[in-house]
Design a protein around this ligand. Sequence first.
Ligand code: ZN
Length: 450
Amino acid sequence: MSGVSERGASLPHGNRLAALLEGWEPASEGAALMRIVTDLYPICRSITGNGVRQSLQCLSREVPLALHEVATGTPVFDWIVPPEWNIRDAYVKDRSGRRVVDFQRSSLHVVGYSVPVNRRISLEELRSHVFTLPDRPDWIPYRTSYYRETWGFCVTHRQLAQMTDSYYEVVIDSTLEPGHLTYGEYRIQGATDEEVLFSCHACHPSLCNDNLSGMAVAARLASHLAPLELRYSYRFVWVPGTIGPLAWLAANEETLPRVKHGLVLSCLGDPGGFTYKRSRLGNTETDRMVEYVLGISGATFEVRDFTPTGYDERQYCSPGINLPVGCFMRTPNAEYPEYHTSGDGLDLVKGDALAVSLSMLLRVVEALEANQRYLNLSPKGEPQLGRRGLYRSMGGTSGSGREEALLWVLNLSDGEHALLDIARRSALDLKVLAEAADLLVGHGLLRPLK
Ligand code: ZN
């Protein structure tokens, strides 16, 4: 008999995901990811406004996500959706009429949420509205002022040093008006309504690792998973930081009990090793699975405990929500010099780093899909495997651990242990255990439990 074809018949899920990973082409995947990042890069995003809509529409070429609009003034828990901010142009002109600071050259040049301004002002007054990085004189800093009405420019320290006119014309052609907060959402229905949530922030302007890497990886992950038969349902949200997950959580409280796993995605394109920040709960199946997958991958990684700082895990892991949501990154926010500066540009993120990040997430999904509990239907003594052709039926090469896998799965399938528990106890690969479980199910020796 052929164990492989048996497995195919009994395991609709994992199969095509495994095939996807076996045929994985990091170069072409990396190129696809970089194309998305490059397309999104020039767009001026903020927590609201047309830049977010335009970015989500750009992502909808990968996956047919829905755009949700939440009106200004809508209360979301302890917060209120702010006015919508849009910007068309901004500049500082010297006396010769030359734009010495030009928003058209970088969306980072304007402090996010700047109120409109159109004035001729002294250099001295202008300086009080200008931010630079003296230690990194060639980088533009990233600044916002969401909840306090002000205006400002961000420039390189060298740019400021070259500004010697006494007066400048300062224009920010922006609007701050009642409108909407926009977020993107895409859901894949699986065999069950239990959900895996992926969330990334989509509110930073031209910053690649912090923002665009997560947005692109989430979109490609969704497009890879969409055609597969999956056990879990998968939900992806592209949200403005903080206020976005709050708006989503407030509108989806009845969904939350079905969220069994979740990851916030950010900083996935830099050359650093992986960092997994555990959920607030700390020892959920999500936490254990990400750590397991990273552990067997051979990649460099670090695992950290939850802290109420960082990205939107702060909201998903607030005490009244407390979802099993961790944060999956390479180098964490604020731990690389380019963070929140123009140095976090198209040169910092690399296609191969993005592609490896994405494949690691697909491995996590594959493992979560496989991590079921089973019940041994012949638990009194070992069932006679030879009679059923199960000995030497799975390749038969010594050292593959496959016969051991059959014995481990049979022994620990008492309803208490999922395959991840068996993998940890046996030191066998979860994938090999899943194959063994499928084979045993095919022979009526095992039954999957809910
Ligand atoms: Zn950031």
